[in-house]
Design a protein around this ligand. Structure first.
Ligand code: 3HC
Length: 689
């Protein structure tokens, strides 16, 4: 075996040349890998070999271009150069795939003449998740193999398609036996030589490129909601259309132009930021990699309401048995029937079989006796938000649970230090703040209390990963991180309506920014009367006035908006009158508010609160705040998160605007010290870590 460079080897196995890429962790196409493959394939062509096998060491085939190199100066051969070398090889090249062949990795494999894969392998073009499109011919070659409709689906959604399915659609030519990829690939290459098979070039295939304009129009229409606001899916459809309507070379030109534009744009910057932010969130500075992991093979969940039931599903989905505690048979029956209905809905949508519904339900054991939690490894408490109730439960858990059990609370608002102090083992107490609906929303804020031990933090983060969540570690403060920023946004929104902006103007601005709904639509959904006490209500806020008129949100048929019997919202003249009255009383002249102005104020309010959270050390890094808002509150991914949004504006601009608002609208706008400091240093939040 000869080393071509530090990432690539070339070995001649009789008549077969084997090019091995070894660039952990995912064999991304760095300049070194590109140069290595390019040279190795050329050298193999000059050797006695009759065919080439391209294979990867480690856990996966090439998982794509090296994202860390994006935006830097181009070095060495480009991916397209390497693809040309492969495609123009005088001897057949076989790509041998295990793990995932993704993005540029699959695009390279598409320039091999044949592809073989083990059953566990997956192929995909996930660039759309980075706000990009496949920029190395993927949009032109994939439809030539799998047809237009399948290619549109795969590229616009970034699906990772299992090898067997790839084999069926012709993307993989041959299946290897699991664990025997190299041997099977070499044997396959020998067969190709022996049978004198042609140098199959995907770029020459045209017979599957059949689709009329309607196919594209239908695809756009069917997915309009999912693609709303995103640039990449639209560009992808245009590229696949170009594959159908022109020559291969013309299509490649369109792809190159659109790829370059996306790469330079803010959406891709934002989505690449999130790619790394989501991975960074797992890394905790004072939790070393070798920290003890406490085994968690069973859990107890207290409370079978909406949250408790959803949390139970997460664990059951991951194969972890759950003991679900309630105080009455009626409550437990109701909770379990909701869980069952959720599972059955998923099964009907084809996500798993009806048998699987029973398997998952079978993992949840109902109980009315907290003593049944004596042997569980972890408890998640999810009862209503009252400190006395929680303290009582934790005091009892302290008596009941075995030593070494993790005691988690799903509180979204209460002081976890106080809850922990109700036990004799506060180092075992931690927060696990799930978001509603807990079986759907990806985020868990793991809340470390003052005395939580490092192994408990480590294990809770890892268990969150095991149940399919994105976790961020935060500290105890009112609202923790996500809800604290939500409250800050709400204050700005309330302030705006007090000055005469209409709730629907604000909601529309936030919807157009990319949120599914705005703050007042959220209020109408949640109920305006949360925390409202009729007897104490004194018409002193707009919300109080609405509640007093029994406009308590969707459930009462009216709130900020009027609702018809289908819960369709329309702006309300009653709300409008109240808003105008409050604004006039406070001395504000009616005026038009632009969407930009509204968005700027709401997001600046969030950013300023986020900066205060960082200053106080309540979140580890600004990118964790972005992850929280993307996964807990559906912040539009193409804006990267509120802190990334601020970085995009430039913190000097952010500081200047906050100071202007402080001068015109009140001291509450004063920029956080961290913003002023970073702006003065010419830095961004991401520079600050
Ligand atoms: N470039 C650089 N680094 C990458 C990378 C890439 N394409 N893919 C993964 N990594 C890094 C991760 O940042 C992580 O680093 P860390 O350990 O320092 O945090 C490490 O590799 C391991 O990644 P994961 O934690 O995600 O490991 P998993 O085993 O969970 O997942 C994976 C592996 C499925 C390959 C996943 O990493 C992934 O989806 N990667 C991105 C794939 C992708 O988007 N490819 C397209 C790239 S763009 C492109 O190819 C453009 C082309 O069309 C021109």
């Amino acid at each position: 075996m000869a080393a071509i460079n530090e990432a690539t080897d070339l070995a001649i196995d009789g008549d077969i040349a084997v090019v091995t890429v070894a660039s952990p962790p995912v064999n991304a196409l760095s300049s070194t890998v590109r140069a290595g493959i390019n040279t190795a394939v050329k050298q193999a062509n000059e050797s006695e070999a009759a065919a080439i096998v391209l294979i990867c060491a480690g856990r996966t085939f090439i998982a794509g271009a090296d994202i860390t190199e994006f935006g830097g100066a181009a070095k060495g051969p480009s991916l397209r150069d390497v693809q040309d070398t492969l495609e123009n090889s005088a001897i057949p090249v076989v790509a041998a795939i295990h793990g995932t062949a993704l993005g540029g990795g699959l695009e390279l494999a598409l320039c091999a003449h044949y592809r073989i894969a083990v059953p566990s392998a997956k192929c995909g073009l996930p660039e759309v998740n980075l706000g990009l499109l496949p920029g190395a011919g993927g949009t032109q070659r994939l439809p030539r193999i799998v047809g237009v409709e399948k290619a549109l689906q795969m590229i616009a959604f970034g699906d990772h398609v299992p090898a067997a399915e790839c084999h069926e659609m012709g993307l993989v030519d041959e299946m290897a036996v699991e664990g025997q990829l190299l041997g099977d690939a070499v044997a396959y290459a020998r067969r190709i030589v022996a049978e004198d098979r042609p140098l199959a070039r995907v770029s020459n295939l045209n017979d599957k490129l059949i689709a009329d304009a309607q196919v594209f129009a239908d695809f756009r229409a069917a997915n309009a909601k999912k693609f709303r606001g995103f640039e990449a899916p639209q560009a992808i459809i245009t590229c696949v259309e170009a594959a159908v309507n022109g020559s291969f070379d013309d299509g490649m030109t369109v792809e190159r132009e659109l790829f370059t534009a996306l790469m330079a744009g803010n959406q891709s910057k934002a989505q690449r930021h999130l790619f790394f932010a989501e991975r960074q969130a797992w890394k905790i500075p004072d939790v070393p990699k070798d920290t003890e992991l406490i085994p968690v093979e069973s859990v107890g969940i207290i409370g079978a309401g909406t949250m408790g039931g959803g949390i139970a599903m997460n664990y059951a989905n991951a194969g972890i048995p759950v003991t679900l505690i309630e105080t009455s048979q009626e409550a437990i029956d109701r909770g379990l029937s909701v869980v069952r209905a959720n599972y059955e809905r998923s099964a009907k949508r084809g996500r798993f079989s009806m048998d699987e519904v029973e398997v998952r339900m079978g993992r949840i054991t109902p109980s009315l006796d907290m003593n049944d939690l004596a042997e569980v490894d972890m408890v998640v408490e999810a009862v209503f938000e009252r400190m006395d109730v929680k303290k009582d439960i934790f005091g009892r858990l302290d008596q009941i649970c075995k030593p070494g059990a993790i005691l988690a609370t799903n509180t979204s608002a209460l002081n976890i230090d106080e809850i922990a102090d109700a036990t004799t083992r506060p180092e075992w107490v931690i927060g696990m703040h799930f978001f509603s609906p807990a079986n759907v929303m990806k985020l868990v804020e793991v809340v470390r209390a003052e005395k939580t031990s490092i192994p408990v933090i480590n294990t809770t983060m890892q268990i969150s990963k095991r149940i399919g969540k994105v976790a961020t570690l935060v500290r105890v403060c009112p609202g923790f991180v996500g809800n604290r920023i939500l409250a800050a946004r709400r204050r700005v929104a309330d302030n705006l309506i007090n000055q005469g902006a209409m709730p629907w103007e604000i909601d529309k601005a936030m919807f157009d920014f990319g949120f599914a709904m705005g703050p007042f639509q959220m209020s109408d959904l949640a109920g305006l009367d949360l925390g409202w006490v009729k007897e104490e209500s004194s018409s002193s806020t707009i919300r109080e006035c609405l509640c007093e008129l029994d406009r308590r949100g969707q459930k009462s048929g009216a709130g900020y908006y009027d609702y018809d019997e289908n819960r369709t919202a329309t702006p309300s003249s009653i709300t409008e009158e109240i808003v105008r009255r409050f604004a006039a009383q406070a001395g504000f002249e009616p005026r038009d508010w632009t969407a930009d102005e509204i968005v700027e104020r709401l997001v600046l309010g969030m950013v300023n609160e986020g900066a205060k959270i960082l200053e106080e050390g309540m979140a580890i890094r600004s990118s964790d705040i972005d992850v929280i808002w993307v996964h807990g509150y559906n912040w539009p991914r193409y804006w990267g998160g509120p802190m990334f949004w601020a970085d995009l504006q430039g913190l000097d601009t952010v500081a200047a605007r906050l100071n202007e608002l402080a001068a015109s609208d009140g001291d509450h706008w004063k920029p956080a010290g961290l913003i002023t400091q970073l702006a003065a240093e010419g830095k961004s939040f991401s520079d600050a870590g």
